[in-house]
Design a protein around this ligand. Structure first.
Ligand code: GDP
Length: 514
């Protein structure tokens, strides 16, 4: 039995924020990270920056720290999240002021939103002649990122990653937001964290970058990471310096793994090697079992989950050929929302279906819908591997009909009662071995053998069951119509009296209309 408690606690001491830089290609993410690192006093003293691992800690002159994850684009970030890893606290969205909002900008916004991470916008390249930071604000407002100066709650900072202008201000805002978020961790407990990246080193064996998220990791600690385990033989910080310990929000390169862990794996220190090995083996067995089951979700599985109450919305990722078709589909699909199930487009954009779309779908239990677009080979491969459903359409109506059909199947049909007929009891006969048979006259409709029936006396229902036998004279009959007399025996009921009304009815399941 393994208990996986929540990583982030409210208790503990303030910890540095972990920041993910996202944005469209060429908008300046790499340059910004380089510039930020150069402002790092410690690095400057060493004369030059050697980026050692895929994450860096920036320390301001006053000692405050920020941890940046150097994810290439936000792909690694997304796949980390897809594996359930909780890594970034804050997203910095880089938007070039001479280019404005581009497809990957929108994608980044949707990813951050899907994962519930606050966004700070860095309006970049303001040194360029064609820069229009106000246009970026206007464009982003359409995506719900309203600048504070316009009464919204998103921080916008105009920067030049190239000249370094306002980059210090950006860092200040990150720290301010972090303070508001009250990010905390207890440094005094056994370390826990997440594997950010791993590689097999020819000399050193399996090495991995661990983001410590809780507690303090020390050389000599025994740990379990994903389905592997080990003992910390040595640790290097982001600048390649040997360290003896690493506290919350610190990324460190760890040596001493038995096998290579995977990015996104959880990492935790345990009591001793025996326990570590046991846990790793347990997880391995569990993983093998899980792998037999599909990993992503097909449309049908999503519906099953919704039915089981594990999801309350149908999440879709929409990729289309034009803005027009995107808007039309968005509208048509969202309008299919019912009271029980909401249809939510978590990401919609123009363009082909990419690996990112598939990973996002997997991470959030969504279905990918392509309209006049196709998945690229990588996306196809990942979708197949992760068992994510991609539905391709070229007619809007068909896409809508499909989702509608599926949603309809999802809604429980309504049970609707239809009265077949009623009869008045005009005599009763006690028959040995059978019970009381009611001699009836059918007033309306018909009585049907084996149909459901209730007995009404003075307007009150005193029995609800079914017609066990139905006879005309001595003959068993299937049904008796209005205006005829018949003998009725109600199942398990003998208290019939003259004047009672027998109401015969059936229950039909009716599909609900969307
Ligand atoms: P990434 O793809 O988002 O990582 O973008 P890069 O950091 O590689 O930047 C793309 C290009 O934009 C490079 O040629 C950078 O030199 C340039 N660039 C980045 N930031 C700025 C800036 O603030 N001002 C100017 N003028 N150019 C920039």
């Amino acid at each position: 039995q393994e208990e996986e408690e929540e990583l982030r606690g409210e208790v503990g001491e303030p910890r540095p924020p972990v920041v993910v830089v996202m944005g469209h290609v060429d908008h300046g993410k790499t340059t910004l990270l380089d510039t930020i690192r150069k402002t790092n006093v410690a690095a400057r003293e060493k004369g030059g920056i050697t980026q050692h691992i895929g994450a860096s800690v920036v320390q301001l002159p006053d000692g405050r720290k920020i941890t940046f994850l150097d994810t290439p684009g936000h792909e690694a970030f997304t796949s980390l999240r897809a594996r359930g890893a909780q890594v970034g606290d804050i997203a910095v969205l880089v938007v070039a002021a001479d280019d404005g909002v581009m497809p990957q900008t929108v994608e980044a916004i949707n990813h951050a939103k899907a994962f519930n991470i606050p966004i700070i916008v860095a309006v970049n390249k303001i040194d360029k002649p064609g820069a229009d930071p106000q246009k970026v604000r206007r464009e982003l407002s359409e995506y719900g990122l309203i600048p504070e100066e316009w009464g919204g709650d998103t921080i916008f900072v105009d920067v030049s990653a190239k000249t370094g202008q306002n980059v210090d201000q950006l860092l200040e805002y990150i720290l301010l937001l972090a303070e508001i978020m009250e990010l905390k961790a207890d440094p005094h407990v056994p370390a826990r964290g997440t594997i950010l990246e791993s590689k097999l080193d020819k000399q050193r064996g399996p090495v991995a970058t661990v983001l410590v998220q809780e507690g303090t990791l020390r050389v000599g600690d025994v740990f379990v990471a994903g389905t592997t385990y080990g003992k910390v033989r040595a640790m290097l910080d982001d600048k390649g310096r040997k360290v003896q310990e690493a506290g919350p929000s610190t990324p460190v390169e760890v040596l001493g793994f038995e096998e290579l862990p995977m990015a996104g794996d959880t990492f935790k220190v345990v009591k001793d090697e025996k326990k570590a090995r046991q846990l790793a083996e347990l997880r391995k067995a569990r993983k093998e079992q899980m792998e037999k089951v599909s990993k992503g979700l097909t449309l049908e599985e999503v519906f099953k989950k919704i039915q089981a109450g594990e999801l309350t919305e149908l999440r879709l990722i929409l990729k289309t050929d034009t803005i027009g078709s995107l808007e039309a589909l968005k509208k048509a699909l969202t309008e299919l929302s019912t009271q029980e199930v909401a249809v939510r487009i978590i990401h919609g954009a123009v363009g082909g279906i990419t690996e990112n779309d598939v990973m996002l779908a997997k991470a959030s239990g969504a279905i990918v819908i392509g309209f006049n677009t196709r998945p690229d080979p990588k996306a196809r491969e990942v979708a197949e591997r992760e068992k994510v459903d991609i539905k391709l359409y070229s007619i809007i109506y068909e896409a809508v009909e499909d989702v509608k059909k599926a949603l309809r199947g999802l809604l429980k049909p309504i049970e609707k009662e239809v009265v077949l007929g009623s009869a008045e009891v005009r005599a009763t006969f006690k028959i040995k071995g059978v019970g009381t048979v009611a001699g009836c006259y059918v007033l309306e409709g018909k009585l049907v053998r084996n149909a459901r029936a209730r007995l009404v006396r003075d307007g009150v229902v005193i029995y609800d069951g079914k017609i066990e036998s139905l006879k005309r004279y001595k003959e068993d009959v299937q049904e008796v119509a209005r205006g005829f007399e018949c003998g009725v025996k109600l199942k398990d009921f003998n208290d019939v009296k003259v004047g009672d009304i027998i109401e015969c009815y059936e229950v039909r399941l009716e599909e609900r209309q969307l």
